[in-house]
Ligand binder design. Structure first.
Ligand code: ATP
Ligand code: MG
Length: 567
C-alpha cells in the first residue's frame, strides 16, 4: 500500500504509544520485519467489553501494519475452563469484525513446558515444596522485607525429580505439593520470590483429557507460549507490568544455549477498560449468571459482548467507543454514558425507523370515516434514503402514548391537549377536542378532528404545528412485549465499593412492558436488526421473540436522560 507524504504525516500524529513502539521496531528491521501478536483469553467465561479493548489492539495493530494476530486459548486450569467458552470467544471475536491467523492453545505446549520444568529441576533452579499454600504465602515476606526460604528449598535434585513426576502421575494429592522456581527470596519484585510454577489439578482437561495432573501456572505458561509461537509484540494490560521481568527470566532460561539472535517478544502494557455502573471481573460476572441474578451471559444488561449484541449494540459502535477512549498507561474509569453516546451515533446511521406505542391510550378521530383505511408511506431511514420506505396503515382509531395527552397542560406543552393541534407523523394535523375517563378518573379515550387538507406530502400541506406524534392504527398493529434496560448496578464504581457486589445491583435494571403495540411491518424483522422506535429510542428484536409473541429490547434511549436525573 502506498501513501502520500502528507497522509503519512497526519497519520503519524495520531499514533498511540503502542503503535509508535511497533512502527519503530518495524522501521528498525527488528524480527526481520515480522509483526505477530496474539489475543490470549482464558476460556473460563464469556468475553466482555474490556476484552474488546484488548482485541481491537491485538488484532487491529496486526491488521494495520501487515502482521498477523493469533488467537491463543490460555487453557491451563481445567477447573474453570470449558469448550462452551471457547466457542463463545470465537463467535465474539468474529462478530467484532476480526480474523485470527491461527488458533493455538497453551495446552499445546504442556509437553514442552514439562520438559523445561524438568530441565530447571536438573539445573537446581526449581524444587518441589510440600508446604501448604498458606505457609508459602506467609513466607513470601513484604515488598520491604525479605521472604523466608522454604525448608524444602535445598532438597536433592533426584528427590525433586521424583516428586515432580508424582505430581503428574496421580500419586501425589491435589494441594499436597507444588513446584517452585528457585530464584530469589529477597528480590524487591515479589514475583521473583520462588514463584509457584506447577500445581496438581485432578480434573479432566477439555483438550488433553487425563494426560496431565500437573498444570503450569500463568507465569510459567504465558511468556513461553508467546515465545514458542514467535510472537514479536506481546501486548497486555497494566497489571502485568510487575510480571514482566519474570516473563523475561523464564524466556532467557529457556533460550539457554540457543541462537542469541532469537529475540524474546517485546512486552507492552496498556490501561484496562473499566466502565461505570458495571463490573468487569469474570469471577463476578460468572456469579451473576450462576446465581440467577441475570438471565445468562447474554442478558442485555451484562457488559459481555454477547449481552451487548443481544441488546442491539453494533460491533461498529463498540469499536468506535474503544477508539474514543484510546490506549494509555493510566488506569481510568470510563463513563458508560460515553459508550451509549457511541451506540446512539452509530445506530442513527443504521436503524430502520418504525412506530411503536409503549404505554397506549386510544385516540379517536371523530370526523374520519368509519371503516376507511389509508396506506401511508414511512421512510425507513432518513439518514440513508436508499433504504426505501414501507407502508403504514392509518384509520379512525389509533394508539398514541398516554404521555402525549394531558387534559390540563401547562403553556409549553406542544402535544395533545384540548384545543391544541399536532401533526400525526406521516399523516394529518389533528386538533384535540376532549377525552373520556373511566370510573377511576383515568383517561381511556382521547378525541380529535383531522384536517383532510393537511395530509403529509400534499401540496400546501406544510402548515406548521409545534408537535409531531407517533401513532399506530388499532386495527393494523400487533401487540408486543418491550424490555427496558437500565444500569446493572446502582453505584458508579461497584468494584471500589466495600459492600458485596450483589447488594449494589440496580433493582430497576429491567422493566418489562407487556401492553405495547408495534407496526405489522416488524414481523419482517429479525433478532439483531437495528430499529428506532421513533421518538423513543433504539431497539432490537430479542432472540426469544416469536410470531405470536413479539419481544423487543431497548438498546438505548434517544437522549441521555439518565445522567441528568442522577447527578
Ligand atoms: P480474569 O477476570 O479471569 O482475571 P481477564 O479479564 O484477565 O480474566 P483473560 O481471559 O485473562 O481475562 O484476558 C485476555 C486478555 O484480555 C488479556 O490480555 C487481558 O489483558 C485482556 N483484558 C482483560 N480484561 C480487560 C480489560 N478490562 N481491559 C482491557 N483488556 C482486558
Ligand atoms: Mg487473566
Amino acid at each position: 500500500m502506498t501513501t502520500t507524504n502528507t497522509e503519512e504525516l497526519s497519520e503519524k500524529k495520531s499514533l498511540n504509544f503502542v503503535e509508535e513502539l511497533v512502527t519503530a521496531d518495524l522501521a528498525a528491521g527488528k524480527n526481520d520485519g515480522r509483526l505477530q501478536t496474539r489475543f490470549p483469553p482464558e476460556p473460563n467465561g464469556y468475553l466482555h467489553i474490556g476484552h474488546a479493548k484488548a482485541i481491537c489492539m491485538d488484532f487491529g495493530i496486526a491488521q494495520k501494519y501487515g502482521g498477523v494476530c493469533n488467537l491463543r486459548l490460555d487453557d491451563t486450569n481445567p477447573v474453570k475452563e470449558d469448550t462452551e467458552y471457547v466457542e463463545a470467544i470465537k463467535e465474539d471475536i468474529q462478530w467484532l469484525g476480526f480474523k485470527w491467523g491461527n488458533i493455538y492453545h497453551a495446552s499445546d505446549y504442556f509437553q514442552q513446558l514439562w520438559d523445561f520444568a524438568i530441565r530447571l529441576i536438573e539445573e537446581g533452579k526449581a524444587y518441589v515444596d510440600e508446604q501448604t499454600s498458606e505457609e508459602i504465602a506467609i513466607q513470601k515476606g513484604t515488598p520491604t522485607q525479605a521472604g523466608t526460604p522454604s525448608p524444602y528449598r535445598d532438597r536433592p535434585i533426584e528427590e525433586n525429580l521424583e516428586l515432580f513426576k508424582k505430581m503428574n502421575s496421580g500419586e501425589a494429592e491435589e494441594g499436597s505439593m507444588v513446584l517452585r522456581a528457585k530464584i530469589d527470596m529477597a528480590s524487591p519484585n515479589m514475583h521473583f520470590r520462588d514463584p509457584i510454577i506447577y500445581r496438581i489439578i485432578n480434573k479432566e482437561h477439555h483438550r488433553t483429557g487425563n494426560k496431565w495432573k500437573a498444570y503450569p501456572m500463568y507465569d510459567f505458561a504465558h511468556g513461553q507460549s508467546d515465545y514458542f509461537e514467535g510472537v514479536t509484540h506481546s501486548i497486555c494490560t497494566l497489571e502485568f507490568v510487575p510480571h514482566r521481568p519474570l516473563y523475561d527470566y523464564f524466556i532467557d532460561e529457556l533460550k539457554q544455549g540457543k541462537d542469541l539472535a532469537d529475540h524474546r517478544p517485546r512486552q507492552i502494557e496498556f490501561n484496562r477498560l473499566n466502565l461505570t455502573y458495571t463490573v468487569m471481573s469474570k469471577r463476578k460476572l460468572l456469579a451473576l449468571v450462576k446465581e440467577g441474578l441475570v438471565n445468562g451471559w447474554d442478558d442485555p444488561r451484562m457488559p459481555t459482548l454477547c449481552g451487548y449484541r443481544r441488546r442491539g449494540y453494533s460491533p461498529e459502535a463498540i469499536r468506535k467507543f474503544i477508539d474514543m477512549i484510546g490506549y494509555t498507561k493510566f488506569d481510568a474509569l470510563n463513563d458508560f454514558a460515553m459508550l451509549e453516546a457511541a451506540v446512539r451515533e452509530d445506530l442513527n446511521q443504521r436503524a430502520t425507523r418504525v412506530s411503536a406505542v409503549l404505554n397506549p391510550v386510544k385516540l379517536i378521530i371523530t370526523n374520519y370515516p368509519e371503516g376507511q383505511t389509508e396506506e401511508l408511506e414511512a421512510i425507513n431511514n432518513p439518514e440513508n434514503l436508499s433504504e426505501g420506505s414501507h407502508t403504514i396503515e392509518f384509520s379512525r382509531e389509533l394508539w398514541i402514548e398516554r404521555e402525549d395527552f394531558m387534559e390540563n397542560a401547562p403553556k409549553k406543552y406542544f402535544r395533545l391537549t384540548p384545543g391544541n393541534e399536532v401533526r400525526l407523523k406521516n399523516a394529518y394535523i389533528v386538533k384535540c377536542t376532549g377525552c373520556k375517563k373511566d370510573e377511576n378518573g383515568n383517561v381511556c379515550e382521547v378525541y380529535c378532528e383531522y384536517d383532510p387538507a393537511s395530509k403529509s406530502g400534499l401540496p400546501g400541506a406544510d402548515r406548521k404545528v409545534k408537535g409531531t406524534l407517533h401513532w399506530l392504527s388499532c386495527n393494523h398493529c400487533l401487540p408486543a412485549e418491550v424490555r427496558l434496560y437500565d444500569r446493572l448496578f446502582s453505584v458508579e464504581n461497584p468494584s471500589a465499593d466495600e459492600r458485596d457486589f450483589r447488594e449494589l445491583l440496580n433493582p430497576d435494571s429491567l422493566k418489562v412492558l407487556t401492553n405495547c403495540y408495534v407496526e405489522k411491518f416488524l414481523t419482517t424483522k429479525h433478532p439483531l436488526d437495528y430499529l428506532q422506535f421513533q421518538r423513543i429510542g433504539y431497539f432490537t428484536m430479542d432472540k426469544d421473540s416469536t410470531a405470536d409473541h413479539l419481544i423487543f429490547n431497548r438498546t438505548v434511549g434517544l437522549k441521555d436522560t439518565w445522567s441528568k436525573i442522577n447527578k
